[in-house]
Design a protein around this ligand. Structure first.
Ligand code: FO1
Length: 306
């Protein structure tokens, strides 16, 4: 079994790449849910949905989130009514949130619902929410005080100065059933090229996760989310700098060094090899921008066997 720690877009691409070279029954994703939200009474789990839609081949490639062939009639009507429309929920995507919310209300667990959504969309891997207890990533900002994840990310376009990040509820939350086992029993544990602080960080903040990874350190591989010191998407580089980690391969290595033995960096960062090794991590240099199936499959092979 291969277990993958996941955020949103970068993780979806990594899982899709791994799925090119291994059977779906071999793959388990442990998915961040610090960015989940309740809006219009609906429970929305962006990272679970981004991964599900991407592996189904139905993701909206322009936005990176939501479904392809989307329409926006409900949002338009809502906006005309004066309702909150800053967080864009397409008509097709809304069906997922309506379905999830009603089943949660009926008492089903998030992981049961996720399993059924995966089956509906024809995706044959396992996804487990990192926790099914309430957690929430909160940003302390200079401009607006405390912001919820989606207020920070979408409402303010992550264009604010962050002074600290807190994962509310993490210390009391338990990892979902099967999460620690999926890490303990995996041949390889993969940390996706997701934002270290706000996609992987909330998973690492849960009790027992760091300890389990430390015990498996020699089998834990990280793919750097930075290319030339910049994130392909999102605020990872800016946040790392603001919170005292340098936005470099070395900064990524210093963040993960206790729990992972290997860092994979992009060819364009080959000059960083010695700085990664100076942090006590093995460094593999290979193309990491998963722009087509050839590069993706190659990266997956390196992740599994490099
Ligand atoms: N990201 C945006 O930048 N704007 C949006 O309006 C937006 C809506 C949205 C709806 C459903 C969903 O699953 C994701 C959505 N995202 C949107 C993406 C999301 O904010 C982030 O990419 C993740 O939370 C970070 O992984």
């Amino acid at each position: 079994m291969i277990t993958v720690l996941c955020g949103g877009v970068g993780a979806a691409k990594m899982l899709r790449a791994l799925r090119l070279v291994v059977d779906g029954s071999e793959l388990t994703g442990i998915v961040n849910n610090g960015d989940d939200l309740t809006l219009h009474g609906l429970r929305i789990c962006p990272d679970l949905d981004t991964i599900t839609y991407t592996l189904a081949g139905l993701n909206n490639q322009e936005t990176g989130w939501g479904l392809t062939d989307e329409s926006w009639r409900v949002m338009k009507e809502l906006s005309e009514l004066g309702g909150a429309s800053w967080f864009g929920l397409g008509d097709r995507d809304l069906a997922t949130h309506l379905y999830r919310t009603e089943r949660l209300r009926q008492g089903d667990s998030l992981n049961e619902i996720t399993r059924d959504l995966l089956a509906h969309f024809g995706v044959d891997i396992t996804l487990l929410a990192a926790t099914q207890d309430p957690i929430a990533t909160v940003f302390e900002t200079v401009e607006h005080g405390n912001l919820s994840f989606q207020e920070y990310f979408v409402l303010h376009h992550h264009d604010v100065v962050v002074t600290s990040i807190d994962i509310l509820g993490a210390q009391k939350a338990r990892p979902s059933q099967g999460v620690l086992e999926a890490m303990a029993n995996a041949e390889r544990i993969v940390i996706s090229p997701s934002n270290p602080l706000i996609s992987i960080g909330p998973i690492l903040a849960l009790p027992g996760i760091r300890e389990t990874l430390m015990a498996r350190r020699s089998d834990v591989v990280v793919i750097s989310p930075l290319i030339g010191g910049k994130a392909l998407k999102g605020p990872a580089d800016r946040l790392m700098e603001e919170l005292g980690l340098s936005a470099t391969s070395r900064g990524v290595a210093s963040y993960y060094r206790e729990i992972a033995s290997t860092l994979i960096i992009d060819n364009s960062d080959s000059a960083d090899r010695s700085s990664v090794e100076a942090e006590g991590m093995r460094c593999i240099v290979t193309p990491t921008i998963m722009s087509d199936d050839v590069v993706s499959a190659n990266l997956a092979e390196v992740v599994l066997h490099g």
